[in-house]
Design a protein around this ligand. Sequence first.
Ligand SMILES: NC(=O)C1=CN([C@@H]2O[C@H](COP(=O)(O)OP(=O)(O)OC[C@H]3O[C@@H](n4cnc5c(N)ncnc54)[C@H](O)[C@@H]3O)[C@@H](O)[C@H]2O)C=CC1
Ligand SMILES: O=C(CO)COP(=O)(O)O
Length: 329
Amino acid sequence: MSARFASIGVVGAGAWGTALANASARAGREVLLWGRDAALVETLRRTRANPAHLPGVALAPGVEPTADLAALAGADAILLVVPAQASRAVAAALAPHLAAGTPVVTCAKGIERGTSLFMTQVLAQACPAALPAILSGPSFAADVAAGLPTAVTLAAREIEVAGALAAALGSASFRLYHSRDVRGVEIGGAAKNVLAIAAGIVGGRRLGASAGAALIARGFAELMRFGKAFGAQAETLTGLSGLGDLILTCSTAQSRNYALGLSLGQDEGLHPPGRLAEGALTAGVLVAMADGRGVDMPIARAVEAVLAGRSDIEQAIGSLLARPQKAEA
Ligand SMILES: NC(=O)C1=CN([C@@H]2O[C@H](COP(=O)(O)OP(=O)(O)OC[C@H]3O[C@@H](n4cnc5c(N)ncnc54)[C@H](O)[C@@H]3O)[C@@H](O)[C@H]2O)C=CC1
Ligand SMILES: O=C(CO)COP(=O)(O)O
């Protein structure tokens, strides 16, 4: 089955794109790794490393870097691995090179600002010839690149396509579960980033491990409410791309979203600057979408208020703790 996707084009040579290129090569695929920055691509070619995005990791044999998007025209499937807010522009640039029906697996975790669209919806608009799919789950690029055991979910509308892609990309250390619940997988990845910022704030303020656990559980209740309102299946949200990724990113400063919250919690502002924290970009649109459907998301709302400068950390914590006690469900 996997021979169906013998060649993979990875669009985006950041941390996650490089890690997924390595994982795909390890799974036996031929891999073209596209980066927009010709100088970075030259470094990748010459040194077989990506120190700017994934220090200490060698590019796997079988990964060929390129700065030419047209070179990906013959790939059997594409992984789109650029930040959520850049996905539309990059998918549109890819569109003229894509054979109709080629699976494009978006690997970004976010919701598009301005349109309130999920990643596969953006893809469907910007690249209508593509067969949209989504990959998400608890997986730090450094762990995947190092070949440490990880498990993620890959969803496509047709289960057979999702299964074939998972078979093509998976290996002993990189396990892919497949699913038809595209919406559930993309919601899990987008929402957990916002909640991870809150978890980082709890860590930065030294509110204790009990508060951290409560934050994860109540954050998960928000994620479930939002997911159900937007058509996700509960089993997906309790799986790798919902609960699994929430636990990971709410637990360690290895997460850029958690690290951002940690810095806010320590009154050090939006540090570390220049690092992608998708939750900071998704918070506003997530909360607006929740409001539109009457979904209660107090933790996400508190994060959004802090990021927008409408609330300081003490006010945000105070507002959450002052909420009336209520039934759990
Ligand atoms: N790093 C990780 O551990 C994981 C990241 N992700 C997701 O993958 C996505 C990408 O994240 P990373 O690779 O970590 O970020 P990164 O910051 O390491 O790399 C982003 C890459 O996208 C490129 N890029 C940005 N804007 C672009 C544009 N307009 N056109 C073309 N290329 C553009 C940058 O040059 C860079 O190479 C995010 O949505 C993130 O949430 C998902 C799972 C794990
Ligand atoms: O999505 C991730 C792990 O699953 C990576 O998290 P950060 O983007 O917060 O680093």
